[in-house]
Design a protein. Structure first.
Length: 292
């Protein structure tokens, strides 16, 4: 809590009043007005200081201490002390001869009453001393409360009350009440955090399911390819009525025509000699014609 306050206020305070704990609910989130600084503190303790989550269980006794009304307790003791003191005054005025039996009974009563008053005064003084020390340890103002042990001594000896008791009713609140109030506020904030966390988890699951449904709907809306029609198989009656046909033979691929390669005619030996003789005669005729 001290570290959190120093971080928010940019200070280095050494402590804080217990009454400041009750103001944690006054600081609200700007995004969600239902979230207070106390919700944040409870969440930090859950995530980083799990050993402190059940600190309220260690302070159960404070609920009983918060029921203690210090001003009423002091006022009641003051009334008893004043009654005993008045009885002593009455005893002093009783004549010893005419009312001796009453005087003896009153003396016996006062002796027992003073013993009881002193004993109870000592117990009350110890209670108030411990209470003052506890308040001072936690930094509470004990300027008025610290005088209460001396008031008790005065009540026992003189029967006089003190005006500080009435003043205490308005200025000194039982600080255990502040502790109990803070315990209640903290437990409420912790429970609200758990409820909010469950709601967020449920919302996340719902969003995930919705996103899945939307994705499936988009897939369904996409056009599907039409399946090719398969040839219908004839029924048993049609198969018996129509004679089976032989499967057609596969068509043979026709080879492209290859142009013929020209070949020289074969010449035998006689033809070769005749051709050479004819060529020789042709040359001789050409020479004669040229000479004439």
């Amino acid at each position: 809590m001290l570290s959190l306050g120093n971080s928010l206020n940019s200070k280095r305070s050494k402590g804080f009043r217990l009454s400041s704990l009750l103001k944690l609910t006054d600081t609200r989130s700007t995004e969600d007005n239902k979230l207070s600084l106390l919700h944040f503190l409870a969440n930090v303790m859950k995530n980083k200081a799990t050993e402190l989550l059940d600190w309220c269980d260690d302070l159960k006794v404070t609920r009983e201490a918060a029921k203690l009304d210090i001003p009423f307790l002091l006022s009641s003791f003051a009334e008893v002390a004043l009654g005993v003191y008045k009885a002593k005054k009455v005893q002093e005025k009783i004549p010893g001869t005419t009312a001796q039996p009453f005087a003896d009974a009153l003396s016996e009563f006062l002796a027992d009453a003073m013993t009881t008053l002193e004993r109870e005064g000592q117990v009350l003084r110890e209670i108030m001393t411990s209470y003052v020390d506890t308040n001072e340890y936690y930094g509470e103002d004990v300027s008025l409360l610290g005088q209460s042990p001396q008031w008790i001594d005065t009540m026992v000896t003189t029967g006089n009350s003190n005006s500080g008791i009435a003043e205490m009713e308005t200025k000194c609140e039982n600080f255990f009440i502040s502790v109990v109030k803070f315990m209640t506020l903290y437990n409420n904030a912790k429970d609200e955090n758990e409820v909010r966390e469950k709601q967020m988890q449920a919302k996340a699951r719902a969003d995930a399911r919705k996103a899945g449904k939307n994705a499936k709907a988009e897939v369904k809306e996409q056009p599907k390819e039409q399946p090719k029609e398969q040839p219908k198989e004839p029924s048993s009656d049609e198969a018996s009525a129509v004679p089976p046909t032989e499967p057609a033979a596969p068509e043979e691929k026709k080879a492209l025509p290859v142009p013929p390669v020209p070949t020289k005619p074969k010449i035998n030996l006689q033809q070769q000699i005749a051709m050479k003789a004819a060529a020789k005669l042709k040359q001789m005729k050409q020479k004669k014609q040229a000479a004439s």
